[in-house]
Design a protein around this ligand. Sequence first.
Ligand code: MN
Length: 146
Amino acid sequence: MSPLDKTVLVVEDNDINMKLLHDVLEVHGYNVLQAKDGMEGWRIAREHRPDLILMDIQLPSISGLEATKRLKADETLKSIPVIAITAFAMAGDKEKFLEGGCDAYIPKPISLPNFLQTVERFANRIVSEEKPRQSGVKTIQVRWAH
Ligand code: MN
């Protein structure tokens, strides 16, 4: 499937990281939405229903993990895959992110081939026909095998 019709929401507070992620995704054919914090990310996710969310974990106000929990608690948003991106990769972090509802985890610094492969894999896990058109419509739950 071509990534051309896929939209990725990037939640990242660092301008340089944001530009890098934006440019890489755009050059590979994705539509990119940007949010600087978790609340803005949540608002944009509700408004645009992206195919995938890339979530920086170190964010101002609510953390990326908290923002992810909020997204996953929302019936209309929980089927959107969330990939956590973090510089603080410590023992137990991966488990913490996955338990918090993140579908995958990418440590910084980002390895480009792995990054693009992971984005492609997850961006294609929801087909547009299965997006909820109104609240109350059942969404297809995709659980990622850890
Ligand atoms: Mn950050």
